[in-house]
Design a protein around this ligand. Structure first.
Ligand code: PHE
Length: 468
């Protein structure tokens, strides 16, 4: 499926000169999938799938992508294109124009808060990936057994100063890129690097195919055992659909503002969602056979990919090169997502009087970096610090766990719920119709029905179930 995207973006690049409108479509697909594909697909999806028992969780996740994520992505892009500004101001403009309550702009503010919290831990995990580029290049995995590989990861986590170092390097990279503003040169680089990441994932799946446990891995991922699914697991799947597609916090709204009017929002949103989902499933297919072939624990938690993939790299020919390349590409994928997290914060700071882009990036970046220290400590010195233990949902949760839970399981679904309600019930009907221009009245009514009823009800039901 990514093949289609590749040839699609390829032909778009060729068509660029004679048809300037196309570049907007290309730019959108690149930016949106750059934001969507990241640590969420390769690091988070496999480990939460492992923690939640596999197949049934994956099924709920896929359902959430299709019935909730995709419609919300369409709605978000629509608001952004219609508003043509940063999320908060797009919402402000649309509500003013249609005489609606200005409270809707709160969705934009909530998005800024989510960006802040997510990036603070995202950067720490991006730092793990960075440190693994170095380990790989130094041949650290060659011939290592699972105990040695596990020891390496444990060693990294237990050393706060080392984690701080890599977290700082990652954040510095992101700050440097955002401070300069996005360059078309980077777009080009991403256009080559992301397909390469996809190819390498295919290589890893190929390797997994050769292990004795491939079918076990496939079964774990795709054959649902609903007795293993908890209500919290359902909420995690819902939250992950938002996290992995970068939804419910204005990122897709911001990117939608530069989508040309004649491009189909629906088709573009489908492309981005499919690419994102395929990458996640490939990561799962590469990892779980290794987990079983090496007698590891699928529910090992956030370290899962760092404890499985190096095993494979250590055994395969050319493993050192592949490992270095893989973790490098993982860093690139993480950086493009991180940019989309920092960008709205900076835009918002810039909108405050007299703050330049550089100052805004430094203020935003450095405060997020500082907040990241709480995540660094969550894996070592403060592993037993559970600051919100008095709230049942946060019992036993470290700062990292809390930031993760609060954003993916609460703030993003809530933002998405409001976005669906806004487009489904409040936004000017004619405007919505013009934006969608599906050409198929039946399809359009279906989408509106989903946005009005299905998506909000599903999100609410999952929420309420977990509350009660
Ligand atoms: N979607 C990104 C990922 O999967 C994370 C992200 C979330 C990026 C929210 C932007 C906004 O890694």
């Amino acid at each position: 499926m990514t093949d289609t995207t590749q040839s699609y973006t390829g032909s778009v690049a060729e068509a660029r000169q004679d048809n300037p409108m196309w570049s907007g479509r290309l730019a959108f697909i690149l930016a949106a999938s750059g934001s969507a594909v990241g640590l969420g697909n390769i690091w988070k999806f496999p480990y939460i799938t492992g923690e939640n028992g596999g197949g049934a969780f994956v099924m709920v996740y896929l359902l959430c992508i299709a019935a909730i994520g995709l419609p919300i992505m369409i709605a978000e892009v629509m608001i952004g294109r219609r508003g043509g500004r940063s999320p908060i101001n797009s919402l402000r403009m649309l509500t003013q124009r249609d005489g609606l309550s200005s409270r809707w702009t709160w969705v934009g503010w909530m998005g800024i808060l989510s960006s802040y919290l997510i990036l603070s831990f995202y950067s720490v995990i991006g730092g793990w990936a960075l440190s693994y580029v170095g380990k790989s290049a130094g041949g650290a995995f060659v011939g290592a057994d699972s105990e040695a590989i596990g020891g390496m990861f444990g060693g990294l986590l237990s050393d706060p100063s080392n984690l701080m170092l890599w977290h700082s390097v990652f954040m510095a990279l992101v700050i440097m890129i955002v401070a300069r503003g996005l360059k078309s040169g980077m777009e080009k680089a991403i256009n080559i690097l992301m397909p390469l990441l996809f190819l390498l994932l295919l290589v890893m799946v190929g390797y997994a195919l050769a292990t004795s446990e491939f079918s076990h891995g496939v079964e774990f991922l795709f054959s649902p055992d609903f007795s293993k699914l908890t209500t919290e697991g359902v909420l995690t799947a819902l939250g992950h659909a938002f996290f992995t597609l970068s939804l419910g916090m204005g990122v897709m709204m911001a990117y939608g503002s530069f989508l040309p009017k004649n491009v189909s929002i629906v088709k573009t949103a489908v492309t981005v969602s499919v690419v994102d989902t395929v990458v996640a499933l490939l990561a799962g297919l590469a990892i779980f056979p290794l987990v079983f072939a090496n007698g590891l624990e699928p529910g090992a938690g956030p370290g899962l990919i760092f404890q499985t993939l190096p095993l494979a790299f250590g055994q395969m020919t050319g493993g050192t090169l592949f490992a270095t390349l893989f973790f490098f590409l993982l860093v690139v994928a993480a950086v493009t997502s991180a940019i989309s997290l920092l960008e709205p914060v900076v835009e918002w700071l810039e909108e405050q009087k007299g703050i330049s882009r550089l100052t805004g990036t430094l203020i935003g970046g450095l405060t997020i970096w500082a907040l990241g220290i709480l995540t660094v400590l969550s894996f070592n010195d403060w592993a037993d610090v559970h600051p919100l233990a008095f709230i049942p949902a946060f019992e036993g949760k470290t700062f990292f766990d809390i930031f993760d839970y609060l954003t993916a399981n609460i703030l993003m679904p809530l933002g998405g719920l409001f976005i669906a309600l806004f487009v489904g019930w409040f936004m000017n009907k004619q405007a919505v119709e013009n934006e969608l221009s599906l050409g198929h009245p039946a399809l359009q009514s279906l989408l509106m029905f989903v946005l009005r009823f299905i998506t909000p009800v599903l999100v609410l039901v999952v929420f309420l179930y977990n509350l009660l």
